[in-house]
Design a binder for this molecule. Structure first.
Ligand SMILES: [Zn+2]
Length: 325
């Protein structure tokens, strides 16, 4: 039954149904790879799922850059084309949110160095959620920087065990285990130097899925930036047995909680969710506030909630069919 892993792995990105743009990604990579994987269901399974071959954008290098900020303060992009990884420097040490795929810790450290900072000054590592495309590089990054990892208690077992919660026996979803040095609760603030980040538990996509917000100054104006965890269904089982107990009500709580959120700057762990590449092009063309986008987050959440309810209906229907067989 190995091919199931392949299918599950392929649905991890699950960008296609979410937005019109992502339904036909510019490079076509993700949609092609998902089609390829669907074919596997009928044939022989590959011995090992090849993430790099199926999700090339997750490994495609991007020149690191400052998204928003003043001088050497603000938020920088140190991710890949398909994975959002964010660097927040302070005079008291630096913060990194997410580590990319297993093996990408060195890539992130190199990106930080390219920006003129020392990776060894990174003091805190944060994680949007414990899925290998965002947590896989954390152990390596931790070893390279000596930083402490702070995460929500609900994701701790998956991070420290190196597995996908509820799919512990699926080796393709494993990540190098990484120790959580400190936990952070919903609504708790994290201060380092001039930076104050607030943790918002937005569970469902993972049990400890954490969205981060922080004020950031540019041109004398303060903007509220939000770095979104995720709320796609992707590889998650919502019913029989669910990925984890309470997953459906968690998703609904997250949709209700975020209903009125309208951040000035919206960033995501998969850059295409926030149209990062397009905003970056406008920034390069001379638009200093290209990343200010107050409609982006609410618009995405409307789509994600609809997609969630549809997926729930589909999975429930499928479950009922199995039960009545
Ligand atoms: Zn995920």
């Amino acid at each position: 039954m190995r091919w199931i892993s392949g299918i599950m792995a392929a649905t991890l990105a699950a960008c296609a149904p979410v937005t019109q743009e992502s339904a036909a990604p510019a490079d076509g990579a993700n949609s092609d790879s998902i089609d390829n994987i669907s074919d596997l269901a009928e044939g022989e399974a590959p011995a090992q799922f090849d993430w790099k071959q199926n999700f090339p954008s997750w490994y495609a290098a991007v020149e690191p850059f400052q998204i928003v900020g003043t001088g050497r303060r603000g938020i920088y992009f140190v991710g890949t084309e398909g994975l959002g990884i964010y660097f927040i420097p302070t005079d008291a040490g630096h913060i990194v949110i997410d580590g990319g795929m297993p093996g990408e810790g060195q890539y992130v450290a190199d990106a930080i160095r390219k920006l003129g900072f020392d990776p060894r000054d990174v003091k805190i590592l944060l994680n949007s959620h414990a899925h290998l495309d965002h947590s896989g590089g954390l152990a390596e990054l931790k070893a390279l920087t000596g930083a402490k990892l702070i995460a929500n208690e609900e994701d701790r077992s998956a991070l420290e065990g190196g597995f996908y919660l509820g799919s512990e026996d699926d080796g393709t979803m494993n990540a190098p285990p990484v120790k959580v040095d400190r936990t952070i609760a919903d609504g708790e603030q994290l201060k380092l130097g001039h930076v104050t980040l607030t943790a918002h538990l937005t569970p469902g996509h993972s049990r400890g899925c954490t969205t981060w917000t922080m004020p950031v100054v540019q041109g004398g104006e303060t903007f509220e930036a939000l770095i979104f965890c995720s709320a796609t269904v992707a590889a998650n089982r919502l019913v029989g047995p669910p990925q984890y107990e309470g997953i459906v009500s968690d998703y609904r709580k997250t949709f209700a909680k975020t209903k009125d959120w309208k951040p000035d700057i919206f960033l995501a762990n998969h850059p295409e969710f926030a149209g990062l590449a397009e905003k970056r092009e406008r920034q390069k063309a001379g638009e200093p506030l290209a990343f200010v986008d107050r409609e982006g987050f609410p618009a995405l959440m409307v789509k994600l909630e609809k997609a969630f309810e549809e997926a729930l209906e589909k999975q429930t229907l499928k479950q009922d069919t199995i039960m009545s067989d």
